[in-house]
Design a protein around this ligand. Sequence first.
Ligand SMILES: [Zn+2]
Length: 96
Amino acid sequence: MADIVDEIRRAYAAVGIRLDQPAAYGTYYRLRCAACDQVLGNVGDRLLPDMAAALVDQQFDLYATGLLGCDCGHQREATRALAPARWATAQAGAGG
Ligand SMILES: [Zn+2]
């Protein structure tokens, strides 16, 4: 269980989100903005290996364009630093 939580933690850390304490019965963890600590949602720990990274990867464009993530824009900055070319493509795809 600890391994998958570590994996989830690493996956979200890449886009500027940190995992907080378990929210309910140890099966859900709060997601908080790594910059301003705002709660952004929950993630369950019943993921299979590599699922967390795949989930975050699927949401990359949404974080890059600010459709997902914190109002402070930290995830937008984090995704830009993570993959600048992909980030730029996401901006173009969002159509302004
Ligand atoms: Zn924030």
